[in-house]
Design a protein around this ligand. Structure first.
Ligand SMILES: Cc1cc2nc3c(=O)[nH]c(=O)nc-3n(C[C@H](O)[C@H](O)[C@H](O)COP(=O)(O)OP(=O)(O)OC[C@H]3O[C@@H](n4cnc5c(N)ncnc54)[C@H](O)[C@@H]3O)c2cc1C
Length: 375
């Protein structure tokens, strides 16, 4: 294979890497998107598909603002991507509901939203408590025992597989070069500037700027350019039912209906390392909670289930970093790559082109976990 020099190379063809590669291509740069292959641990293909603002950012106002910005940008982002690739992404920004099954859950969630509202100050934080008959009008079939739900108009959902496919196609249409089956194990900073990337001794590509977006594979790659990436896996399991004639017009924190008519049930979180196997007790728990919210689901057959590994940071917020030693190298990790796809493809690509993460976004740097910084 001919070794080629690119303006930017992105390591990792998951949701983050594909969003960046698409954005760089759109900005007119020559881009290589490098991925290790289908056996990789990847989250991009196992997620729930929410573009979600509600409840995000407790303890970091900037993250609440960042999620909201991405949700606001999602409409244009999705329209442009659909037009370029001729694929409907199944994106709907209908607003979404966070369902609380009992009163204690509801009160705890409301306290959290009130805290976010207080933090937001004059910028405001929109949500509405909906209960009883009014809730049943919005969510037909909702269980009578459900304590209530909060509605946020900025929430939405998308088919995450269509999103991934469109990003990769869009990137190619912009002239990008996809390099599959290449597990990068060596990053060699070049003398003048730039990097050379190799896999098992084979040179794969060279680039002026480097973006590490390899999900759980990022940790070791970051170390090679002096970037510490504090992430760990958190397992989530998802169930998909058969198609149903019942209609659910709004996505919720635990259930959403796809355009094809199936219901996706989810929202579990387990600390089991890199184990991505489903377990009966977690699946039963998901079914129990979702069937309490919507009793009619009990009559539907389950078609598929799977587990996938979230890319978590110690405080749950993104980790965006730039190498001090090698300033052209960046690394980006987060657990809401669907929601943040719009700002990743636009804003974050601009930072890399400009050569630095703007001061306003340095709050997402890994330095926030340094004990010495905190003191
Ligand atoms: C159960 C579950 C539900 C979720 N629900 C939502 C949701 O509703 N909304 C939302 O916004 N987010 C959600 N997420 C999170 C979202 O899926 C992730 O933020 C996103 O997929 C992360 O993408 P990524 O590109 O960082 O990682 P990945 O998708 O894991 O991609 C990393 C890629 O890097 C490649 N790679 C790794 N190492 C190397 C190497 N050395 N060389 C080359 N390539 C390499 C791998 O092949 C892989 O393709 C959910 C996650 C889970 C697990």
């Amino acid at each position: 294979m001919t070794k080629k020099y690119f303006d930017v190379a992105v390591i990792g063809g998951g949701l983050l890497g594909s969003s960046f590669a698409y954005g760089f291509g759109q900005a007119g740069l020559s881009v290589a998107l490098i991925d290790e292959g289908d056996n990789a641990i990847r989250t991009a293909r196992g997620n729930f598909g929410l573009v979600w603002v509600q409840g995000k950012g407790e303890g970091m106002r900037e993250y609440a603002r960042w999620s909201r910005k991405s949700a606001d940008d999602w409409g244009n982002f999705s329209a442009q991507l659909s037009e370029l690739t001729d694929h409907d992404l199944g994106y709907h920004q209908s607003g979404g509901f966070n369902i609380s099954l009992d009163e204690a859950e509801l009160q705890q969630y409301l306290r959290m939203l009130e805290g976010l509202k207080a933090d937001a100050g004059e910028e405001g934080y929109e949500y509405e408590l909906v209960q009883g008959r009014t809730l049943a009008k919005y969510l037909p079939g909702i269980g009578e025992d459900v304590a209530g739900a909060t509605y946020c108009p900025h929430d939405g959902h998308v088919n995450p597989l269509y999103l991934l496919r469109a990003l990769q196609e869009g990137f190619r249409k912009h002239g990008g070069c996809y390099l599959p089956l290449s597990s990068i194990d060596q990053i060699q900073p070049l003398k003048s500037s730039g990097f050379e990337l190799s896999s098992e001794g084979r040179q794969v590509a060279s680039c002026e700027r480097l973006v590490i977006a390899a999900g759980h594979g990022s940790v070791g790659l970051g170390q090679q350019v002096g970037i510490r990436i504090p992430i760990y896996p958190e397992q989530g399991q998802i169930i998909v039912t058969e198609r149903s004639t019942e209609q659910l017009a709004y996505p919720t924190n635990m259930i959403r209906q796809t355009d094809e008519g199936t219901f996706m049930l989810g929202a579990s979180a387990r600390d089991v390392g890199f184990n991505s196997e489903t377990t009966t007790d977690t699946l039963q728990d998901i079914v129990r909670r979702c069937a309490s919210a919507f009793p009619h689901l009990r009559s539907l057959r389950i078609q598929r289930n799977w587990a996938a590994l979230r890319i978590m940071t110690p405080d749950g917020f993104p980790v965006y970093s730039q190498s001090e030693e090698f300033p052209g190298a960046f690394a980006f990790s987060c657990h809401s790559g669907v929601t943040l796809a719009a700002v990743h493809a636009q804003d974050v690509c601009r930072w890399v082109v400009d050569g630095k993460i703007p001061t306003d976004y340095r709050c997402f740097g890994p330095e926030r976990f340094d004990v010495s910084t905190a003191n």
